[in-house]
Design a protein around this ligand. Sequence first.
Ligand SMILES: Cc1cc2nc3c(=O)[nH]c(=O)nc-3n(C[C@H](O)[C@H](O)[C@H](O)COP(=O)(O)OP(=O)(O)OC[C@H]3O[C@@H](n4cnc5c(N)ncnc54)[C@H](O)[C@@H]3O)c2cc1C
Length: 564
Amino acid sequence: MVDHALPVCVWLKRDLRAADHPALAEAVAQARGGAVFAVFLYEPEVLGQPEWDASHTEFQRECLADLEAALGRLGIRLVTRRGEAVAMLDELRRETGFRLLVAHEETGTGVTYARDRRVRRWAREAGVEFLELPQTGVVRRLASRNGWNRLWERRMEAPQVNVPRSTCRGGHASLARLATAGILGCRDLGQPTDTKDRQPGGERAASDVLDDFLARRGRHYSGGISSPLSASTSCSRLSPYLAFGAVSMRSVWQASEARRQELQASLLTASQRDRADLKAWQRSLKGVQSRLHWHCHFMQKLEDEPAIEFHNMLRAADGLRETEVCLERLAAWQAGRTGYPLVDACLRSLVATGWLTFRMRALVVSFASYSLWLHWRPTGLFLARHFLDFEPGIHWSQLQMQSGTTGINTLRIYNPTKQAIEQDPRGVFIRRWLPELADVPPAYVHMPWTMPADVQGTAGCMIGRDYPAPLVDHTLAVREAKRRLAVVRNAPEARSEARGVAERHGSRHDRRGAMQQDPVRRSLTRETTRRRTAAPQHDSQQWLPFAAPESPGDPTALGDDGSP
Ligand SMILES: Cc1cc2nc3c(=O)[nH]c(=O)nc-3n(C[C@H](O)[C@H](O)[C@H](O)COP(=O)(O)OP(=O)(O)OC[C@H]3O[C@@H](n4cnc5c(N)ncnc54)[C@H](O)[C@@H]3O)c2cc1C
């Protein structure tokens, strides 16, 4: 029973928005006209994680600045403190007397997982009710993956939860007197300067990005997301906003669904010319909506098994790479100096901007894990630090998926030269990020090591001096990687263990959703399936089946796009 003389505390974490915020709305409802205040904690153990970067601090600062203003309009004070979570929450409890703490469930790193357990224990001992609410499609204490898709759909279709203005009557005098650390940036926190040319943070920025995508950029999503030349504008670019909770998954899904229905209605009266355009839009929206589903699908894996942040999902793969991490190779990969231009350009652009499109993320991980035989953990930590959108559940699941250690996914070994020729045919992206290759003739830009000495001289790019020779022979390295993986893959124990992984984490194909109900979307799905079935086998990329696919017998279950 909440004592209405006491304020209710909302603990903000990765939910830095005022709109569609179940925790805020619940706190206001429980306070029944009483005071509510919000707290954000700058926790040294979170800020000190190897995954954390100055860009995260600054993006978070921008989100908090927006949020503080929005909360002010709702009559809710934002208080920030710097210190360990239990100590800070206990301090605030003593200062305000709150007995109800409301937060969203977080599927975070090992550090935040352990922190949340400590907070739960503290709350029990201090007599504080700690209410944790879902904010995405991730289900806590899920008994089985069967039926999960339906749960996800129900959550996405549920009405948004906004804090009604009228119920917020501002605060208690004691809340106005609470000390606050303010909204802190890198300098305040003693961190290095954020040097990334990145997306701006905040709820307003999130809303602008979403609106622009749905009104304009989204038309080119389908077909435009793989090449690094088009991806930065064709992709939605919503990932950092979703990761920091500057926008809710549900509101993105609902906005995309509203747009899809609007297009659907336009199709009925459209001219032949406009129909093609509308259908392209529909393909794009279908693509985005599936990815929103994958977002939670992947996060659910970490929620169900937090240890996959640290160890192989398929334990039979233990020992494959753990003991022989070559630091020299790791350093060259991190610096974008492997000698493979597209891989190097991707890594340098990531460090500069904080973002890469899916295909290029998969490429750099495939190169690290198969060609350089590096373990996914150190490469994953480096990427996490530089991805502005670092989302542990997606990240570690994808890292393992692209490294062949899940046991349930097709191995996708990308050929870095083939990808470069296909995705950046004239070397525009490569030259942008590798100035040393600026004057290399087009015929050599994807394989600069094949340049004759005189061409190297004219281009001002001596291989081994200005730009490295290939660190490894990709073909030979991949042959060896396949041999090692086959030993693991074919072992009977691995096959039987993989069946267990599929049961626990594998996707199920029981989605009802808009896509299945809508006849246009159904026909699009049939068309895609036909095209996929008729497509020739990939040649020099290596697509190898693993032991137990997530959904046996479904040829479309294992897409070349990160699909589960
Ligand atoms: C090795 C690796 C690591 C990754 N790490 C992250 C990460 O830390 N955080 C992150 O948000 N995404 C991660 N992804 C998935 C994907 O690359 C990014 O979500 C996407 O590039 C973000 O850009 P966008 O918002 O424009 O995506 P869009 O293509 O516009 O997709 C819309 C949203 O759907 C979700 N989404 C898109 N693709 C995927 C996918 N393959 N799996 C799960 N969800 C997806 C994201 O929330 C994204 O914002 C990773 C992929 C790989 C291969």
